[in-house]
Write a protein that binds this ligand. Structure first.
Ligand SMILES: *Cc1c(COP(=O)(O)O)cnc(C)c1O
Length: 371
């Protein structure tokens, strides 16, 4: 018999998810704003990637064909560039997909997924989505506290996520920290090192994640083309792990997860060292400049968390709080990220923009604090 009174109900662990809030690009009235809310590259996309993308898109006859399901050319290019085994490179629909695959492959109901407080927002969603319990370890002044993470490991821990450097805090765990964290984890835990901002680091800041992924059975490093490579629109990420981990992740990967034009653009982007270098240098220069400007506002209770990324997390602990500054910046034409949902109602995350945007933002913050 049909129960006509029954109602369709999402699984309780799905109902428990607070949806991801993307960085906005317009005000409440629809007015376009200078977008410093999503950590996109202010220099845009390199000429080589743009040309490859245009060429791939021009071939409309290929629209009816599926893209290469194995992203073979892209995996080969990644492997050659970083000295990896192409069979152990996995490409994703953004690194977001890969982060979800890690949770879906190794955790489920009754298991725990661990990360630091103020970790990347996707981790909690990825954990809840598979019915696992998200566990947050304490931070140390907004940075990763290895001891707190290790103390939070239990027999139920299946995945540990570490964004390094971290979003939204911008903090970097050192190579020594990362090695110590890995050494303290049980071998039946997958250690995911999310290196979305790795290309912004100086060589001596390398956290050693890829070396661990090359040699250890339970380390998964993820990278993205969305940030320094300026290809956020095409949704391309990649990851590296042992053959066993990669073959397990492939079982649940969507088969055609990276577009044809995206694969072509990403291959070309890896060949454009000049664009990556220019982007990194631009970021270092203006991140340092903006940090200095904001540190001079300490008398207003402004504090900058030291950043290794293409954004700053700025704390507003004086009379004029983060929400007020956020709204006043919007009135002045700038949208940054206010993160009350991530336990940071007293902070704003702001992407390093072009020179004009960065100078304009600093001036607008001064006005916002004075008003
Ligand atoms: C931006 C970002 C990602 C990348 O997302 P994509 O899906 O590749 O666009 C992953 N992790 C962190 C910490 C990020 O900030």
């Amino acid at each position: 018999m049909t129960d006509t009174t029954a109602s369709l109900t999402p699984k309780p662990w799905i109902s428990g998810i607070a949806p991801y809030v993307p960085g906005k690009s317009a005000g409440a009235d629809g007015r376009p704003l200078i977008k410093l809310s999503a950590n996109e590259n202010p220099l845009g996309t390199g000429e080589k990637a743009r040309a490859a993308f245009r060429a791939a898109q021009a071939d409309a006859d290929a629209l009816s064909r599926y893209p290469d399901p194995g992203s073979a050319a892209l995996r080969e290019t990644i492997a050659a560039k970083f000295g990896l085994d192409p069979a152990r490179v996995i490409c994703g629909n953004g690194s977001d997909e890969l982060l979800h695959l890690a949770a879906g492959t190794y955790a489920g109901a009754g298991d725990e997924i661990l990360y630091v407080r103020y970790g990347f927002a996707v981790y909690e969603i990825a954990a809840r989505r598979v019915g696992a319990t998200p566990v947050e370890a304490d931070d140390r002044d907004y940075a990763t506290d290895v001891d707190a993470l290790l103390a939070a490991v239990t027999g139920k821990t299946r995945v540990v996520y570490l964004a390094n450097p971290n979003n939204p805090t911008g903090t970097l765990a050192t190579r020594v920290d990362v090695a110590r964290l890995y050494a303290g984890l049980p071998k039946d835990v997958l250690f995911v090192i999310d290196q979305a901002y790795a290309e912004y680091l100086a060589p001596e800041q390398d956290d050693g994640g890829l070396e661990l992924a090359k040699t250890q059975p339970n380390v998964f490093v993820t990278r993205t083309f969305s940030k320094i490579h300026g290809l956020a629109a095409e949704r391309i990420g990649w990851g590296y792990a042992s053959a066993e981990v990669i073959s397990a992740l492939h079982r649940i990967r969507l088969p055609f997860n990276v577009t044809r034009a995206g694969q072509a653009a990403a291959v070309a982007a890896l060949g454009d060292e000049d664009f990556v270098t220019r982007s990194r240098e631009h970021n270092a220069k203006w991140r340092s400049w903006l940090t200095g400007e904001l540190e001079s506002l300490g008398n207003h209770g402004v504090r900058v968390v030291p950043s290794a990324c293409n954004f700053l997390l700025v704390l507003f602990e004086g009379d004029v709080g983060a929400e007020t500054v956020y709204n006043r910046l919007m009135d002045a034409g700038y949208i940054v990220r206010w993160l009350p949902g991530q336990g940071l109602p007293h902070a704003l995350r702001m992407t390093i923009g072009t020179e004009d945007e960065t100078r304009g933002l600093a001036a607008a913050i001064r006005v916002a604090l004075a008003g």
